[in-house]
Design a protein around this ligand. Structure first.
Ligand SMILES: NC(=O)c1ccc[n+]([C@@H]2O[C@H](COP(=O)([O-])OP(=O)(O)OC[C@H]3O[C@@H](n4cnc5c(N)ncnc54)[C@H](OP(=O)(O)O)[C@@H]3O)[C@@H](O)[C@H]2O)c1
Length: 330
């Protein structure tokens, strides 16, 4: 098949490119090249979609197009200008109006964004709804697969949500590790390689529909234990409660000064989505440890680039000392 990736230089787009090349397809990726390089075997068409870059991929009827953009204007333009027999749009579980867990694709969505682009990350879910509609309405639902991933991790995780814990547990000197008292919190971590391989199979089979794609349900405790198992020496957990962490200004989930993957309160429902439909369509999961091992290896290869999530060593050391003094350590 002739496959076009609109994207292809960041985590998922690169993984799809590699998987599609391995499966014997002829793969082209359109991107500026700012996020990275395309993988080996993928033809890179360098172009900026905001300044007419799509022109270079017009004139071919692609067997399949996979679009990862989140700006509705870009997606509308692609649907209008690019010809393909089958479209795959990569959306997100952020399209859902509620974070109540254990629901499926029939759950209510947020209202779509009307503007062509988001004015901030808080509009991400609305933008994804608008992008989905642009593809479904513009191409026709009989030729479109919309996939709504949950948390994606493993290699090349630019958010560091899946790399933080294995990297932290493997630190050769800082054996004490600050952790939230939330071992039973649900986690669904989807390995980017599993998602990419499955998307390529879906393209080959012309699968259509709207499907959530989430990792198998596990717990934060399991992620911490599997991360510790990858370390050469046994880490020493320093477990503190959520309220104390909030008082210290430590953020949950992601970003600077955070304890990644930790979702206090009702937000934890975000990682309890039903993955039944995707499983029925063939999505399979490798063991959690493989995903964490790959994220760790990748982070170790990367060296000293600033972390997108987690705590700085010195900050963590200070927090551990304060937790001991305040008696808030569990
Ligand atoms: N990470 C998660 O946990 C998660 C969860 C749910 C859903 N998702 C969705 O999964 C997908 C992830 O895709 P991804 O990993 O490949 O990352 P991405 O950051 O969404 O990739 C964006 C791609 O578009 C290209 N691009 C950006 N601006 C462009 C422009 N003006 N002209 C041409 N190309 C442009 C980028 O390449 P250049 O910068 O090189 O141009 C890059 O290849 C996204 O749809 C995301 O919303 C992610």
């Amino acid at each position: 098949m002739q496959i076009l990736i609109l994207g292809g230089t960041a985590q998922l787009g690169r993984a799809v490119g590699s998987a599609a090349v391995r499966a014997g397809h002829d793969v082209t990726a359109l991107a500026r090249g700012k996020s990275g390089e395309v993988p080996e075997g993928v033809r890179h068409v360098v172009g900026d979609r905001d300044t007419g870059g799509l022109g270079a991929v017009r004139g071919t009827t692609w067997d399949a197009v996979i679009e990862v953009a989140s700006q509705p204007g870009r997606v509308r333009q692609a649907v209008a200008e690019v010809e393909a027999r089958h479209w795959v749009y990569v959306s997100s579980v952020n399209v859902y109006a509620s974070v109540d867990g254990a629901t499926d694709e029939s759950a209510a969505l947020v209202e779509p964004l009307e503007a062509d682009s988001m004015s901030g990350p808080e509009e991400y879910g609305a933008a994804k709804v608008a992008c989905e509609r642009a593809v479904l309405d513009g191409v026709g639902s009989d030729r479109v697969l919309v996939v709504r991933p949950g948390l994606i991790g493993g290699p090349e995780d630019g958010t560091d949500r899946s790399s933080y814990w294995p990297y932290r547990m493997s630190h050769p000197v800082e054996r004490r590790v600050l952790m939230p008292d939330a071992v039973s919190q649900p986690v669904q971590l989807l390995d980017v390689r599993d998602l990419a391989e499955w998307l390529v199979v879906c393209m080959g089979q012309g699968v259509t529909g709207v499907v959530d794609a989430v990792g198998e349900e596990t717990t934060l405790g399991e992620v911490l234990a599997e991360s510790a198992a990858l370390a050469n020496e046994v880490p020493e957990p320093v477990v503190v409660d959520a309220q104390w962490l909030a008082e210290q200004g430590v953020n949950p989930w992601m970003g600077p000064r955070s304890l990644p993957l930790w979702l206090p309160g009702e937000m934890a429902g975000m990682m309890r989505r039903s993955g039944v439909a995707a499983r029925e369509l063939g999505l399979r999961h490798r063991p959690l440890r493989d995903t964490l091992r790959a994220a760790l290896a990748d982070a170790q290869r990367r060296g000293d680039r600033p972390w997108a999530a987690g705590l700085e060593w010195k900050d963590e050391r200070d927090l551990i000392a304060r937790a001991r003094e305040s008696g808030r350590r569990r």
